[in-house]
Design a protein around this ligand. Structure first.
Ligand code: CA
Length: 225
């Protein structure tokens, strides 16, 4: 993967430089702006992969920058906020920041959050997953089998997406529920079997069943040849 660019907009030069060193060590390209106006200009011109944005900035504050950028793009933004200022944090997220970090912080945490946000964003923009004759489009939430649209329920779609992302791996019922429903599943774990049974009927072709039962462990999705 080519080097990703991080834009740091932070007026406290010590913090900005310190972060820059950290990101560069982790093999990111780093650009800096020490005030809001310049930061906004650079964000537009450079189209960075992610922006670290301080809330309190000279000329244009972080919230206004966040607002303006959100009107124009989906660039991931991590907001830096002052300690104990709960309002600032909520405000940042309300204005479209992807995450926030409270000062003073450990640069390791900034790096970890950055990686997590970038992973999330890359997952979102990934257009489709193809496994043999099955194509799953995550943006439109559609699935086709041999080019024909499959009418899936939301639960079936979430399960199939999880299987296809983890093809050829054994997944326990617990893992399936966590991965597919983010723990927001309100059925019993055995009721997942009923969803899978219906899903199997829909994706079954020519005597090939991609979803295999692994006795005592769970299920495994085998990509059709
Ligand atoms: Ca500041």
């Amino acid at each position: 993967m080519s080097q990703q660019t991080i834009l740091i907009i932070e007026d406290e030069k010590l913090i900005a430089d310190w972060l820059k060193t950290y990101f560069e060590k982790a093999d990111y390209a780093v650009q800096m702006a020490y005030d809001g106006r310049k930061g906004l200009k650079m964000a537009r011109e450079l189209a960075p992969d992610l922006i670290i944005l301080d809330l309190g900035l000279p000329s244009i504050d972080g919230i206004s920058i966040c607002d303006q950028l959100r009107d124009e793009s989906d660039v991931p933004i991590i907001m830096l906020t002052a300690k104990g200022s709960n309002n600032d944090r909520i405000k940042g997220l309300e204005h479209g920041a992807d995450d926030y970090i409270v000062k003073p912080f450990d640069p390791k945490e900034v790096l970890a959050r950055t990686k997590a946000v970038l992973r999330r964003v890359q997952g979102k923009v990934q257009k489709s997953i193809v496994c043999g004759n099955l194509t799953l489009d995550e943006r439109n939430q559609t699935v086709s089998l041999n080019g024909s649209h499959l009418p899936l329920s939301q639960a079936q779609f979430a399960l199939l997406a999880t299987f296809m992302r983890n093809a050829n791996q054994v997944l326990s019922r617990d893992q399936l529920i966590n991965l597919a429903f983010n723990n927001s599943y309100d059925g019993f774990d055995r009721s997942i079997d009923a969803h899978i049974k219906r899903l199997r009927k829909l994706i079954h072709t020519d005597d090939f069943q991609p979803i295999q039962t692994v006795y005592g462990s769970g299920y495994r999705f085998e990509a059709p040849a």
